[in-house]
Design a protein around this ligand. Structure first.
Ligand code: ASP
Length: 311
């Protein structure tokens, strides 16, 4: 069995140590560790990279601290619309959903699109019809409501401004898109990402998260990547696939490729945010150009770290 590695993120943005209080920080660390432990435990007991990333993302979707599933932010119409994607590196299989609501775990729906439909991406009503056919667990609007996110949206309501959830001035109101990438004992890679998108986004806006190659990508030949940040520049830069291309066609290492994309290509088009990545040797990386990114890594090489700020 080769090295096993799980890397997770809980969103990027202006996360300043000076604005965080100890209780909030402890709560974030605890949640990130729970997701990391859940996914890693599966990998360690022989589960696939796909199973591990879905399990880790589910833990974060069920946690109100993060902008995915239960903690999703409000769009311009005062509703939550969620996006999610899953990709496997072995045969480039992928499934994604966009602009869905009331589905408890969007990442599970993305998995079913991959395994039980002939499509890659389903959106809106069609995705919801598919969810009902698959007997996915649905939740009423109340389940997704949180006062903090509502207040966050109210500040922008009536404007055309959008905000990354972590860029709210009040740290107690910061939440984030979630993602996980893994390398399992057979050298198979997988990436999963799930989000409520940007606060006050236009009704029907789809971000980078569910777009294969932009926010989510996996290929056993190169890497698995999950992104977080201001989605539009990430789409324009075809961010996750670009890391894979730099590795495949230019021979860069995972770290070199991620560094170039995050600190050069994205910055040139004001793409604030970051990404997590893993390669088939089990090397894991977490790189961002924002003030902070909620993140964690656990591996058979003995890594077990949670990070929030720029170090
Ligand atoms: N990338 C996500 C989006 O634009 C948001 C985020 O990562 O916070 O929908």
């Amino acid at each position: 069995m080769g090295e096993i590695t799980l890397v997770i993120h809980g969103g990027a943005g202006t996360i300043l140590r000076s604005k965080m209080n100890p209780d909030m920080e402890a709560a974030y660390r605890k949640s990130l560790q729970a997701a990391l432990d859940r996914g890693y435990q599966l990998l360690a007991s022989g589960a696939t990279a796909t199973e591990a990333v879905v399990a880790a993302v589910r833990v974060l979707e069920d946690d109100i601290l993060f902008n995915a599933g239960k903690g999703a932010v409000f769009n311009r119409a005062g509703r939550q619309e969620m996006d999610a994607a899953l990709m496997e590196g072995k045969e480039l299989r992928a499934g994604a959903v966009a602009s869905i609501h009331n589905v408890r775990n969007p990442i599970e729906l993305a998995r079913l699109v991959m395994t039980r439909s002939e499509h890659v991406l389903l959106m809106g009503e069609g995705a919801l019809e598919f969810a009902r056919m698959q007997e996915m667990k649905m939740e009423p609007d109340d389940y997704f409501f949180s006062q903090q996110r509502y207040d966050q949206w109210k500040k922008l309501q009536g404007t055309h401004q959008t905000a990354m959830d972590h860029n709210d001035e009040d740290p107690a109101k910061k939440m984030g898109t979630v993602g996980a990438v893994a390398c399992d004992g057979n050298g198979n890679l997988a990436a999963a990402t799930s989000t409520g998108g940007m606060t006050n986004k236009a009704f029907g806006r789809i971000g980078d998260t569910p777009l294969i190659g932009a926010g989510t990508y996996a290929n056993n030949k190169t890497c698995a990547i999950s992104c977080t940040g201001h989605g539009e520049p990430f789409i324009r830069a075809v961010t996750a696939y670009d890391v894979s291309c730099l590795m495949e066609y230019r021979g860069l290492s995972l770290k070199e490729a991620m560094h170039f994309v995050v600190h050069d290509k994205l910055l040139k088009i004001e793409g604030e945010g970051g990404m997590i990545g893993v390669d088939a040797q089990g090397n894991g990386e977490m790189i961002f150009n924002s003030e902070g990114m909620y993140r964690g890594i656990k591996s058979s090489r003995g890594q077990n770290e949670i990070g929030i700020y720029r170090s």
